[in-house]
Design a protein around this ligand. Structure first.
Ligand code: P6P
Length: 334
């Protein structure tokens, strides 16, 4: 019987594939695993530890910060800045960039993170997640970081991943050589490789959208969803949890499409490009899926600001192509 591979062993083995790396990425991935364990422990005891509910503060988007949001942000900030790999961090919970190692002059990487996505589900015990993205810095070591270090296209990502705090806790990530999933054994607090080489099933059978948005969505999205509904649940099923990581993870395993469209009142949609759309788009690409906005690949978008939003359609290629044909039919440039 083969030995179960731990996350740490997998990370170390993966480094062996890149003999010239300095080990900073290995250390960074290890730090993310440690922070995930700390946040997971707190998420699992939130109801008992009296840290459910709102912290009384708001984040940069004037959204009420749940206590666990703040805890997760503080934890990832503390762990990542303690390492020597990270020069700066962009977080959903922080107005601006956080400069790390030597005011950002040291450290090869910058990290984008949504510390706890779907946090409005915390009080009702629905799965939530952390989403992260890692880029190499653009400015030379020794120089201060600049916007160009943070506002890189999704195609420049070195690593993308998420942690799903659900019925079991999983860490799923890619370094550009496929997608691998690790499940935590709570008895020993260790992640073990449980889902090697994850890939979207050829044909998706699930569509995930907040139906209340449809009337305000582009015609192409309305036509696509109406088409899905016409199968009357026989071939296609509607599943929407309202927690992006959870909806994405289910669709990755079972096959499907997640849609958060532009609307007449939110022309850029709701989701953030840098720490929600880009990381999941990279994972989707590596898992044989696809991710677009109203008219281009998510990974090709040139970011202009840290917290910019984007319409987001991600999942199985056959369903993305179905949506694409609806854009073409409505000659709606999006
Ligand atoms: P709505 C959570 O706030 C989130 O950012 C995603 O996790 C989720 O998919 C989406 O928003 C839900 O938004 O408008 O359907 O409640």
């Amino acid at each position: 019987m083969s030995k179960a591979i731990t996350l740490q062993e997998f990370i170390m083995d993966s480094q062996a594939e890149f003999p010239f790396v300095s080990g900073q990425l290995t250390r960074l991935l290890t730090d993310i695993g440690v922070a995930a364990k700390i946040v997971n422990h707190q998420v699992n005891r939130a109801g008992l530890a009296g840290i459910l509910g709102q912290s009384g503060s708001q984040n940069t988007h004037n959204e009420d910060q749940q206590k666990l949001d703040v805890f997760a942000d503080n934890t990832f900030m503390r762990i990542l800045t303690a390492g020597k790999s990270v020069a700066g961090i962009g977080s959903e919970e922080q107005d601006g960039y956080i400069l790390c190692h030597d005011q950002g002059k040291q450290g090869k990487y910058v990290v984008m993170i949504d510390p706890l996505d779907g946090s409005s589900n915390i009080d009702v015990n629905v799965s939530i997640g952390t989403i992260f993205s890692i880029y190499r810095r653009v400015t030379p070591l020794g120089e201060p970081l600049s916007d160009q270090d943070f506002l890189q296209k999704g195609t420049q990502q070195v690593v993308a991943g998420y942690i799903l705090y659900g019925s079991s806790t999983m860490l799923v990530y890619t370094t550009g050589s496929g997608v691998n999933g690790f499940t935590m054994d709570p008895a020993i607090g260790e992640f073990f490789l449980s889902h090697p080489r994850m890939a979207f099933p050829e044909s998706g059978m699930i569509y995930s959208i907040n139906d209340a948005l449809l009337d305000a969505s582009p015609p192409a999205v309305k036509i696509f969803i109406e088409g899905c509904k016409e199968t009357h649940g026989i071939s296609l099923k509607a599943r929407y949890i309202g927690s992006l990581v959870t909806d994405f993870h289910r669709n990755l395993i079972k096959g499907g499409i997640y849609l958060y469209p532009s609307t007449t009142y939110n022309p850029q949609g709701k989701l953030r490009l840098m720490y929600e759309c880009n990381p999941l788009a990279f994972i989707a690409q590596q898992a044989g899926g696809h991710a677009e906005d109203n008219y281009r690949e998510i990974l090709e978008i040139q970011p202009e600001s840290l917290h910019q939003r984007s319409p987001f359609y991600v999942g199985s290629v056959n369903m993305i192509q179905g949506l694409r044909s609806c854009w073409m039919a409505t000659s709606d440039p999006g």
